[in-house]
Design a protein around this ligand. Structure first.
Ligand code: DGJ
Length: 703
């Protein structure tokens, strides 16, 4: 057996002749115990009426050995052969933290090079490249690694939702198989390429949890399965459309990376490893404090009028914003959402004097200027489409299905990528621009590439390539991934962008849940969270500034509210909020994000603590009316038991979380409590009104 380890996580993998099998993974103890169970003498007996062997859950599980679940590798040659390969290990290289295997099946004509590693954030990563070493083409159906999880995992957690209600946590018993399939061509609002399983009733700070995600922004298939013999595994891979990936002799497929995590003490610690991994693999602290964005979309939509935008820039600077992002509508013939996509030159109609007057004003205020693009899209009513109608991901002979009046360009074609690189680069070179909001507003339907084959895979590879090239050419620009809000948030895009637009919903009550789910994958400093107007543009619901601000504070904060139409007292209150964000952003963006458990479902609580456990900022939000007014105290188990903390409420704009006639004693000017008390008894809570939040600041007093 090989054991690789890093940062407290280990993976045990079979030594031997065939496909490697992960025997156990996790904290040392869990991995060892699981590995021992799998040693010959500990192996479970064979149930009757099964095969004569015990089919392993190979790293790429093989049907050819009787694996009864979803095979980890499948495909075929033109004559149908090669569909059920069985690999022989020809080489292996194992060091402390990684193990690489070269595997071959001479009969099927395939070579597989797979690497399992434990790295930054103490996550497990799995990479693999499949090469066709045969003499005829090989069509790949799937290449998806399997990670066994102990049979005492009893519940499955996935994320699902819809536009404006993304990242909802779904739990179900771990029985049979749970399959999440995405065929939308982008990561999607509806699902996320991630799965967690855990022991019965696992909570944020309790229970054993295992999780895995796929670093991929296209189609995917995520499986959590309990086999008939009781063994359990997770399997994640790209979902390839029929015939989408044919490898010519000598050609290779580099599958998207799988990133896995685990914890012996709950979901927050498990997802925390995902976040640490992201923090260590993207442009980290070098980007500095995350600036306050003002985004123009909900303030002006397509109504681009220079004087109004100049005034908006002045107002943005006045409230303390640090980045001003001009959204959709500045280019080509784009006066509404029916035309112009693809023509990335400054519109002479809307901007007769160009963008410079606005950019100059923004820069004079010391703010960074940002701009919106939707590079993968083209409107049939655009010059680009008139010149290159064949550049889209569509299928000859069929009427294409439009989405928001637009089609998807085929980024699988080098000439399309070159065109976009040149158009975007020209705008970035000719103007003083420090930020790009990269949008993607429709899913891909019947998307064939130039050859007539399904083109999603190549499109996503091309997207990554273009983003990488643009980032290299414009190293000072920051990039935001937006896709009608949260439809493109995954580890693949997080490795290439500096921020995500989490959801088009700025409704604070919905955002509490959206951000909670997204916090499984996205660190707060990358999670775009804006304060919208009192009445949400996507739900019509009216919320107080205190509630909206407390919600946006726990992400990368911005403003989506029309600063020109707000009352003077609102502007003053907003300034206070922005000052509060600036005061706490170091803690919020470098500390350890934690989610808190509370038995009352309508109470959403989370926070951030610094690594030394000397300070923390927490939020408790009430998102609905309850039948009982008395609330169980909020247990905060993330502080140091022995330390004494000063615990005090922060009232944004003086706003209280609810009726004020007899709040808990600590809310009247603060109180001192030990971390042990907060983690044991918990913090007494006031009677909340619905859709109100309470911020709690915790600061160490002495040891
Ligand atoms: C969808 C985005 O999520 C919005 O923020 C905005 O940029 C619009 N697209 C613009 O069309």
């Amino acid at each position: 057996m090989h054991r690789i380890s890093y940062g407290g996580t280990s993976v045990d993998i079979t030594a031997g002749a065939g496909m490697p099998e992960v025997l156990g993974w996790g904290r040392y103890s869990a991995a060892r115990a699981a590995a021992e169970q799998n040693q010959e003498s500990y192996r479970a007996g064979l149930p009757p009426a099964t095969l004569d062997n015990h089919p392993p859950i190979g790293l790429f599980a093989e049907e050819s050995l009787g694996f009864p679940g979803t095979p980890g590798i499948s495909g075929h040659r033109p004559d149908g052969t090669g569909w059920s390969p069985r690999f022989v290990r020809t080489e292996e290289r194992v060091d402390d933290a990684s193990a690489s295997f070269v595997l071959e099946d001479q009969i099927a004509g395939l070579q597989l090079v797979a690497t399992v590693a434990v790295g930054s954030g103490a996550v497990v990563t799995i990479d693999a490249v499949l090469t066709n070493i045969g003499s005829t083409p090989y069509v790949v159906h799937s290449l998806a690694p399997s990670l066994p999880v102990p049979a005492h995992a009893a519940e499955v957690l996935t994320l699902s939702g819809r536009w404006c209600m993304e990242f909802q946590m779904n739990r179900r018993p771990f029985i049979g198989s749970t399959v999440v399939e995405n065929r939308r061509g982008r990561t999607s609002h509806e699902n996320s390429p991630v799965v967690f399983v855990g022991t019965s009733g696992f909570a944020e700070s309790d229970g054993h949890v295992w999780g895995a995600q796929l670093a991929w922004s296209g189609n995917y298939r995520v499986v959590a399965e309990r086999l008939g013999d009781g063994r359990c595994y997770l399997q994640l891979g790209e979902l390839l459309l029929p015939g989408e990936l044919e490898l010519a002799p000598g050609e290779a497929y580099d599958m998207p990376r799988v990133v896995a995590t685990c914890s012996d003490n709950g979901l927050t610690a498990a997802s925390g490893r995902f976040l640490s991994h992201v923090r260590q693999s993207v442009r980290p602290a070098e980007l500095g404090p995350r600036p306050v964005n003002v985004n123009t979309w909900e303030a002006v939509y397509f109504d681009h009028e220079l004087d109004r935008l100049l005034e908006l820039a002045d107002a943005a600077a006045d409230v303390g914003a640090e980045r001003f992002v001009l959204d959709d509508g500045w280019f080509g013939g784009r006066r509404d959402d029916t035309k112009g996509l693809g023509d990335w030159h400054v519109s002479p109609d809307a901007w007769p004097t160009g963008l410079s007057p606005l950019i100059d004003r923004v820069r004079r205020h010391g703010m960074v200027f940002g701009i919106w693009f939707e590079p993968e899209m083209v409107n049939p009513n655009s010059d680009l489409y008139r010149f290159h109608p064949d550049w889209t991901l569509t299928t000859d002979g069929y009427d294409p299905v439009l989405g928001r009046h637009q089609l998807v360009l085929d980024f699988g074609r080098p000439e399309v990528r070159e065109n976009m690189f040149d158009q975007i680069s020209r705008i970035l070179t000719d103007h003083d621009i420090g930020y790009v909001k990269w949008d993607m507003n429709r899913s891909i339907v019947q998307g064939s590439g130039a050859s007539g084959r399904a083109g999603v895979h190549r499109h996503v590879v091309g997207l990554y390539e273009l983003l990488d090239d643009l980032r290299e050419a414009h190293p000072d620009v920051e990039w935001e991934s937006c896709s009608s809000g949260g439809a493109r948030i995954d580890a693949g895009i997080l490795a290439r962008t500096d921020r995500v637009w989490t959801s088009d919903s700025n409704d604070a009550a919905d955002r509490q849940l959206i951000q909670r789910g997204a916090s499984l994958l996205v660190p707060p400093e990358m999670m775009g969270a804006h304060i919208g107007p009192p009445a949400s543009h996507t739900t019509g619901r009216v919320h107080s500034l205190g509630f909206r601000a407390a919600t946006a504070l726990f992400g990368h904060m911005g403003i989506e509210w029309n600063l020109l139409s707000m009352a003077p007292e609102d502007r003053t209150a907003l300034k206070e909020v922005i000052a509060l964000y600036k005061e706490h952003r170091h803690l919020l963006h470098t500390g350890v994000p934690v989610r808190l458990d509370h038995p009352e479902e309508s109470l959403v609580a989370h926070g951030v603590v610094d690594a030394e456990l000397t300070e923390g900022l927490f939020s408790v939000a009430s998102i609905a009316t309850r039948s009982s007014s008395a609330l169980t105290p909020l247990v905060i188990p993330w502080l140091s038991n022995k330390k004494i903390y000063r615990v005090e409420p922060l009232f944004i704009g003086g706003e209280k979380p609810g009726v004020d006639f007899a709040p808990p004693g600590w809310m009247d000017g603060g109180a001192e409590m030990t971390g042990g008390f907060l983690g044991g008894h918990g913090l007494s809570l006031p009677v909340f009104w619905p859709e109100r939040a309470l911020l709690v600041r915790v600061t160490e007093v002495s040891s």
